[in-house]
Every structure is written in structure tokens, then in C-alpha cells.
Design a protein around this ligand. Structure first.
Ligand code: 2AM
Length: 167
């Protein structure tokens, strides 16, 4: 199984992201647009791993209180265009605790520096236009262990385990 840990986004966040995608499409940008059901914020990418149970055990031991996230601007890694997430101390703390728990349990993950983003377009054509995102925010009440499968028409992400905030 190809696994990652993510925050799934609220409808309000997805609507704002969808609106930005629509404007980019109308301005001629072509590429592989992330469908709303696939929009998420990755906290840790595990990759191929045979068993979800040690991961759900590790996640269950990481507690966090609900916190707010908001969108903040757009950026790109080459031809992968994304929407950024505003600076958030609780998010940074959660990722640090989560990654430490994975490491302590011997679960491998991509140790690249955390750069909170939601991918909007892969293989985007042209240059990133100056598009303003509609303001949007959400309360994070849970994180998710996700499985990624290659479907006939793109990636299919399935939630295997929801890990709830406390309080
Ligand atoms: P991306 O959107 O920036 O590509 C599922 O692939 C999720 O894991 C995506 O959000 C992807 O981020 C993220 N991810 C992080 N590191 C990855 C890696 N090394 N390989 C594939 N996906 C990775």
C-alpha cells in the first residue's frame, strides 16, 4: 500500500480552491487539475508500507487540540502549482510530534522539510498567474491515514483511519 498522512479539507476550503482552479483554467492554464475530492494537506508521506496497524497505533498516541487553518497565497514547485497554508504554530507542532512518533515506531517517511501546501495542478502549462485566493479557513478536528491508488482516471485516495483531535 502507498500511504500518507493528511488533513482532509472542509468544503469551504475546497470551494475557494476550486474557484482559483476555474479562474486558472479560464485564463488558459492546462495540466492535471486536482479534483476537489482529492484536495488535502499532506503532513507526512510514508510511501509503500505493508501494514496500516503500526501506523494507526503510532497516530493514536499523538494528541492534539482542534486548531484553525487558512489559505495563504499560491506558489509552485516547478510545474506543480499549489495553494499555501498560513503560518500555524499548532500545525507545525502537530507535524513535529507526528513525525517523531513515526520515527520512534520505525515507520519510514519522507523527511523533506514540511512545506504546507495543497496541490492544485500538476504538469501546469505556462507561468503561475497572479491569482488571488478567496479567503477561507477551517477547524482541523482530525487527521487521516490515507491510501493512494492509481485509478483509471487519476489517483484515488481512500481514508483508512481518522485520528481525532481531543477537546
Ligand atoms: P504533492 O501534492 O506535493 O505531490 C500523495 O502523493 C500526497 O503525498 C501528495 O500530497 C504529495 O504531495 C505527498 N507527497 C509528499 N512527499 C511525497 C513523495 N516523496 N512522493 C509522493 N508524494 C509525496
Amino acid at each position: 500500500m502507498r500511504l500518507f498522512i493528511a488533513i482532509n479539507l472542509s468544503d469551504e476550503m475546497k470551494d475557494a480552491l476550486r474557484d482559483a482552479q476555474n479562474r486558472m483554467y479560464r485564463s488558459g492554464v492546462r495540466g492535471s487539475y486536482t479534483p476537489p475530492e482529492n484536495m488535502h494537506l499532506t503532513l507526512a508521506f510514508i510511501g509503500e508500507y505493508p501494514d496500516a496497524e503500526p501506523i494507526t497505533d503510532a497516530l493514536s498516541a499523538v494528541s492534539f487540540a482542534p486548531f484553525e487553518l487558512s489559505l495563504d497565497g499560491m506558489g509552485c514547485f516547478g510545474n506543480l502549482w499549489w495553494a499555501g497554508i498560513g503560518e500555524s504554530a499548532p500545525l507545525t507542532a502537530l507535524v513535529r510530534k507526528l513525525r517523531r512518533a513515526l520515527a520512534e515506531n520505525g515507520i519510514p517517511f519522507d523527511r523533506k522539510r514540511f512545506s504546507p501546501h495543497v496541490t492544485l495542478i500538476r504538469k501546469a502549462s505556462g507561468k503561475l498567474p497572479a491569482i488571488q485566493l478567496q479567503p477561507a479557513s477551517m477547524t482541523v478536528n482530525a487527521g487521516s491515514l490515507m491510501r493512494s491508488d492509481r485509478g483509471r482516471n487519476g489517483m484515488i485516495y481512500t481514508e483508512l483511519f481518522a485520528w481525532e483531535a481531543q477537546g
